[in-house]
Write a protein that binds this ligand. Structure first.
Ligand SMILES: Cc1cc2nc3c(=O)[nH]c(=O)nc-3n(C[C@H](O)[C@H](O)[C@H](O)COP(=O)(O)OP(=O)(O)OC[C@H]3O[C@@H](n4cnc5c(N)ncnc54)[C@H](O)[C@@H]3O)c2cc1C
Length: 391
């Protein structure tokens, strides 16, 4: 069997490695190969505990053990991470994964795929370098997938705009800033030799997001001189979209962003890009006759799609909800500062060891203790603001 992988980002490259190392004839097609795809580049414990080569490799990456969370009307809080975040430049990460695919025996070709036709024998792929035939296809062309009939269909309510700057500077911590009314957040990720400073948001124009980000950078004295601007699309599927999501069809499987497989709250996509690639390769290897990708659909749902779908239900409440008369994001920051138990939950969420399914149960189980810790640390009067006296 010959498998063609369309797109050589983390998802395509990892699928190619998995298939080629199992002896499957694999060709990977990417128009750019390794490139600085707009991204924070952050990999959580969830990713590197599953794929430990991400920590062992000599490819430059930053190891970050502190995240500072900030929200309106709250004093910011520093969250220490027992399991740090790894931050790669995307050029380096893509290059690492593509090299591993090549070493495993995959044929890697730099070309743009301009069409994909299903034939009686399999697939005929039109590329800038000519036609290529294959028995199966893995579609890993990212959030801006140009092959409309394959992969997820992102509507406006299923994606965030994400943009930012690469700023030549150094730092050791991550900053996360929540903003009033924004379904998204600002991040400052330290990388080797520069920062990735960005903003993502749903239902807000890129222009408005850019203004908000630039205001933040000015307030934080992060210079834009010599900084490089970036902009991209970030899948953030709404709850109904998970039900109709196209992740597989006749002779094809879609992985990573091309399948919409991104955490709708945090925007984490690198882990899901690699994990879905892994599961796609496993499903092809375990049942080559499963042309409709039934096994793949089942395995991603069991593995993480159920959790992401539940995350999509929480997203609106997290960014727009109120708790104890204040914004949920502000309460999150305050509770993290005042309650060690709540801080543990946040830490596990950041590391990726606390799934969304089960979060509510854990929060309720801890609620009395967390509130007690908060009351002891602060006093109730400052958590629930008093009504302003009538003028
Ligand atoms: C601003 C921003 C910040 C982010 N920060 C983080 C983060 O910190 N941590 C995290 O986990 N996730 C983050 N994400 C999400 C993450 O970047 C994606 O989930 C991840 O890149 C998905 O990998 P992929 O391989 O599916 O797609 P991509 O990385 O987009 O790769 C797709 C590849 O397909 C190629 N391609 C596309 N069309 C064609 C074609 N027609 N022919 C040939 N090749 C083609 C492209 O050249 C590209 O190399 C961020 C996203 C954005 C936009």
């Amino acid at each position: 069997m010959k498998v063609a992988i369309l797109g050589g980002g983390p998802s395509g490259a990892f699928a190619a490695e998995r298939l080629a190392s199992a002896g499957v004839k694999t060709i990977l097609l990417d128009e750019k190969l390794a490139w600085e795809k707009p991204c924070g580049g952050g990999l959580t414990w969830k990713a590197y505990s599953q794929y430990p080569f991400l920590t062992c490799d000599s490819t430059p990456h930053k190891i970050v053990r502190e995240t500072v969370l900030a929200a309106p009307n709250s004093v910011s809080v520093s969250l220490k991470l027992d399991n740090p975040l790894l931050i790669y430049s995307r050029f380096d990460l893509n290059n690492l994964l593509l090299k591993r695919a090549e070493k495993a025996g995959a044929q890697v070709e730099k070309t743009r795929v301009i069409g994909a036709d299903r034939t009686a024998a399999g697939w005929k792929l039109k590329t800038k370098n000519g036609d290529i035939e294959a028995d199966r296809c893995i579609v890993a062309t990212g959030a801006r997938n140009p092959l409309r009939q394959l992969g997820t269909e992102l509507t406006a309510s299923d994606a965030m705009s994400a943009l930012g700057y690469y700023v030549p500077s150094n730092r050791e911590r991550i900053d996360i800033q929540f903003l009033p009314g924004l379904e998204g957040y600002i991040w400052v990720f330290p990388r080797c030799g520069h920062l990735s400073v960005g903003i993502c948001g749903k239902g807000t124009t890129a222009q408005v997001l850019r203004q908000r980000l630039e205001r933040y950078m000015d307030e934080q004295s992060i210079p834009r001189k010599d900084a490089t601007f970036y902009c991209h699309l970030l899948p953030a599927l709404d709850t109904p979209a998970w039900k109709r999501n196209r992740v597989a069809g006749d002779g094809w499987l879609a992985t990573g962003d091309a399948a919409g497989l991104v955490d709708p709250i945090t925007g984490e996509g690198l882990y899901y890009a690699m994990r879905s690639a892994d599961l796609a390769a496993q499903s092809i290897l375990s049942d080559p006759a499963d042309e409709l990708g039934t096994a793949y659909r089942k395995s991603i749902r069991k593995d993480f799609v159920g959790d992401l779908e539940f995350g999509s239900r929480l997203a609106h409440r997290v960014f727009h909800g109120k708790f104890l008369f204040g914004a949920v994001t502000s309460r999150m920051v305050q509770f993290t500062r005042l309650s060690p138990r709540f801080r543990d939950v946040m830490q596990d969420l950041f590391e990726g060891s606390q799934p969304y399914l089960g979060l509510k149960r854990r929060l309720f189980k801890n609620l009395n203790w967390s509130l007690l810790e908060i009351v002891c640390n602060l006093g109730f009067g400052r958590i629930i603001p008093r009504r302003e006296p009538a003028a």
